[in-house]
Design a protein around this ligand. Structure first.
Ligand code: NCD
Ligand code: ZN
Length: 346
């Protein structure tokens, strides 16, 4: 398989991306559309997407700024303790929302209105289980006394496992998983109600990469990059063909002056290369035979939406990643900017 020079797959979807709004949205949207037919758009704007009206307006802004009119943005509802059940049910049955997003309070960018105690939203989760609305989860305990490298594993133990006992048929996506604990939790449960997404950067890097020649703020993201043992567990997970894992790039653009600041923002902008990064890893792992299901089948099957009809062809040909994306006087630095990957889109 590794001598394969060309691979044609069903057009993938990105099941977790941040497109932001206004001038940033306008500049970054085309990169996501280069590779993906659909994408789940994260709702953590400065003013989060907490109801149908906001979701419809945001979706329209995305569509209006899109050159590629085939692309479908899939919207999510940012859960707060005050989320209205009526609103959520309406949004899901009318297909305004594909799911709801749980941010533990202060766990990441724009999560200050996130959930403090999971029991605050049990009534919401009960409804979601009943109507089969997926719950997308930022799975990190938000307790500063817990070591940042342990917050995902602790979340599984202290929040997710008890939650799944109470709501056994709630569909849960543990997003951007980063640890061997998350991999084995998903694999061992092997449940139709539990899946995980994996980012290109967590597959390609580990925490050492954040400290090469000094500190590398552009590699700071949440959940933070972990030890190599965890990186290897993720690489193994995608290589064994499990249908419980699928593509979610977590491309999260921040303008450079906000990355390199007294307090630097978390997030890696990988949209210009995400699919090429994934194929590089599958190729390195000699697992290209599972590439299409990870990118294009496992996600739609889990979310219960049709698999795309379109296709995309990737070729083993060098591809140089662009240096920067200008935003007015400022810019966003892409993941691996200026570096050359071995795969490109035909
Ligand atoms: C994301 C962002 O900037 O919105 N940041 C990140 O490091 N991944 C939020 C998130 O998904 O945690
Ligand atoms: Zn994210």
């Amino acid at each position: 398989m590794s001598s394969l020079k060309k691979i044609k797959i069903i057009k993938p979807d990105d099941w977790h991306v941040h497109l932001r709004d206004q001038d940033i949205l306008e500049k970054v949207i085309k990169y996501t559309q280069m590779f993906y037919q659909r994408a789940i758009i994260m709702p953590n704007l400065n003013e989060p997407i907490i109801d149908c009206k906001k979701a419809i307006a945001y979706k329209n802004r995305i569509i209006n700024l899109s050159k590629n009119k085939q692309f479908t943005p899939l919207m999510t509802c940012y859960l707060t303790k005050d989320t209205s059940l009526k609103e959520l049910q309406h949004g899901f049955t009318e297909k305004i929302f594909i799911g709801s997003k749980l941010y533990p309070n202060q766990s990441t960018t724009n999560s200050k209105t996130g959930i403090n105690k999971i029991s605050e939203i049990f009534h919401i989760l009960e409804l979601m289980q009943k109507i089969k609305m997926p719950l997308l989860v930022h799975g990190e305990e938000n307790n500063n006394n817990i070591d940042i490298y342990d917050r995902e594993a602790k979340f599984i133990e202290k929040t997710l496992e008890p939650l799944r006992k109470i709501f056994p048929e709630l569909k849960i996506i543990l997003e951007h998983i980063t640890t061997k604990e998350a991999v084995s939790y998903i694999e061992e449960n092997n449940s139709p109600y539990l899946a995980g997404t994996i980012t290109p950067h967590h597959l390609m890097l580990n925490r050492n990469n954040m400290f090469v020649h000094g500190i590398q703020p552009n590699l700071y993201c949440l959940p933070i990059l972990k030890r190599k043992i965890h990186q290897n567990a993720l690489r193994k997970a995608i290589s064994n063909g499990s249908t419980k894992f699928f593509l979610g790039s977590d491309s999260a653009p921040h303008i450079q002056k906000n990355k390199i600041n007294q307090i630097g923002c978390a997030g890696i902008f990988n949209a210009p290369s995400s699919l090429l990064c994934y194929i590089t890893v599958f190729d390195e792992m000699k697992a290209l035979k599972y590439f299409e299901s990870f990118c294009s089948k496992n996600g739609p099957n889990f979310y219960n939406v049709p698999i795309n009809k379109e296709s995309i062809t990737l070729v083993k040909k060098p591809y140089k990643i662009l240096e920067k994306v200008s935003i007015g006087k400022d810019f966003i630095k892409p993941f691996l900017s200026g570096e050359t990957l071995t795969w490109s889109v035909l």
